[in-house]
Design a protein around this ligand. Structure first.
Ligand code: GDP
Length: 452
């Protein structure tokens, strides 16, 4: 934003509401308090004040509350004004038109946060986390977004950069004093350190997989023979819960998929075709697709009818149940024919329910939460999850470190090793925003809402 400009935007959704919030950022914020709101020329910062908003003709548009923030002590770092009129789109439009007639410009999506980033109020990973906090749809997603907003990822990246720079400095010393050959003990000096850094970069990069799970939901796939009660179980799990998204109408789907919040997690529950005897081409295709779902799952719910003998499962299913977080759900316990027996199906957890009556469903949900906690998210002890953009930068950093290690191993001149390490530091720097790339910033902030 050119220096001296003042931007304005509605920060709340448009439409009727109890109140609306209009945000203004830039040097004019100060005068607008006097001109539009009849406030003192040196308004007290951060104090909510009741006032009449008058347009340029002096007509009162609405009774509003407003708060002024001084430059240096505001979200964007510039002087800011927030005006809270009644939430009527007509009032909002009149106020914004008046502010624009007084010289303000309509803000671009994300421009307030972009200004905050450019003014050093937050690093780029924190700026991105603002959008994640707004989008979070589960306690767990919110907690991780808040962690990133607090700057934890930025601190981790800065420490990683420091570690790279320290190896770099030592290698540069060898360039400056070539008579001192790289000591043969590089195996426990720079080489060992670089190996550790490579591992750390790889582990962090891997966490981008979990970020997708947080945003889109953990894939929980319901498997089982026909008539075991898979659809009934899906209904029982969804019943009484807040269903967030259902499938877009009109899309051809082989599966029913419902998003639902269970405990702190957002889940995508997928109901699959029954796995049973294959006797037609169509069945075979259906089963093949079920296998694909099964293999892409983060959590498997294997449903069996507890009134029937334990089904014979294809090896592929047994393997998947063994390899993923899985729960054996013995259904139809309301029927007198139900039997309690040792199951030959090897799953980490098991539980007995009646999908029809709702018996055991609360316990099943608790089990699902513990399975996800211990089997899926547990490896991420420090709870830092990187985004796809961060993952990409980390991949580049990691391959630069791999290149450096390779060169050290082959005794390539140290200058080239140093250049690889510089590339690694630059790639890590992109995560926190040490970048000079307008197009990337445009793309990133373009995904924000207006007024944020
Ligand atoms: P799916 O083919 O595995 O999806 O099975 P459905 O959910 O369609 O259920 C098959 C049949 O079993 C239906 O008639 C259900 O009403 C019945 N059913 C499902 N769950 C239970 C249960 O817990 N108890 C009883 N008694 N019947 C059930």
């Amino acid at each position: 934003m050119p220096l001296g400009e003042t931007i304005v935007a509605l920060a709340t959704p448009s439409g009727e509401a109890a109140i609306a919030a209009i945000r203004v950022s830039g040097p004019s914020s100060h005068h607008l308090v006097t001109q539009c709101l009849g406030g003192r020329s040196s308004p007290t910062p951060r104090r909510m004040t009741l006032a009449k908003y008058r347009d340029r003709a002096g007509d009162v548009i609405d009774d509003v509350m407003y708060a002024f923030f001084a430059a240096g002590a505001s979200y964007t770092g510039e002087a800011m004004l927030e005006v809270f009129p009644h939430g009527n789109p007509f009032i909002v439009r009149r106020i914004i038109e008046d502010l624009m007639a007084r010289g303000c410009r309509a803000a671009e999506p994300g421009e307030f946060t972009r200004t905050a980033f450019l003014n050093g109020k937050m690093d780029l990973s924190q700026a991105e986390a603002v959008a994640e906090v707004i989008r979070a749809r589960s306690d767990f997603a919110l907690a991780t977004a808040r962690k990133r907003l607090s700057g934890e990822l930025g601190r981790r990246m800065n420490s990683l950069m420091d570690k790279h720079l320290s190896v770099l400095a030592r290698l540069e010393a060898y360039i400056d004093f070539p008579e001192e050959d790289l000591p043969p003990e590089t195996e426990d000096g720079p080489v060992a350190e670089l190996r550790m850094l490579e591992r750390e970069l790889g582990e962090l990069r891997h966490t981008s997989h979990y970020t997708a799970m947080l945003e889109e939901g953990v894939r929980a796939v319901i498997l089982g023979p026909p008539n075991a009660g898979k659809s009934s179980l899906l209904n029982a799990l969804v019943g009484g819960e807040r269903v967030i998204v259902s499938d877009a109408p009109g899309t051809t789907r082989d599966f029913i998929e419902v998003s639902v919040v269970i405990g702190p997690y957002l889940l995508r529950l997928v109901d699959t075709a029954g796995v049973g005897p294959v006797d037609s081409e169509i069945d075979r295709r259906g089963i093949e697709k079920t296998y694909e779902q099964m293999e892409a799952a983060d959590l498997l719910l294997m449903v069996v009818d507890s009134t029937l003998p334990c089904p014979d499962l294809p090896e592929r299913i047994g393997g998947a149940l063994h390899g993923a977080a899985s729960i054996l759900v013995e259904n139809k316990v309301d029927l007198s024919a139900c039997r309690e027996r040792e199951s030959e199906i090897a799953t980490e957890f098991r539980c007995r329910v009646s999908a029809l009556r709702g018996t055991g469903i609360a316990e099943l949900k608790e089990l699902m939460v513990s399975a996800l906690k211990s089997e899926v998210f547990d490896n991420q002890a420090d709870g830092i999850f990187v985004s796809v953009r961060h993952g990409d930068a980390l991949t580049r950093a990691k391959s630069a470190v791999e290149g450096a290690l390779d060169k050290l191993r082959h005794e390539v001149p140290t200058e080239l090793v140093v250049s690889d390490l510089r590339a690694a530091v630059d790639a890590i720097g992109e995560i926190v925003g040490r970048v000079d790339n307008e197009a990337m910033l445009d793309r990133l902030f373009g995904e924000f809402c207006i007024g944020k």
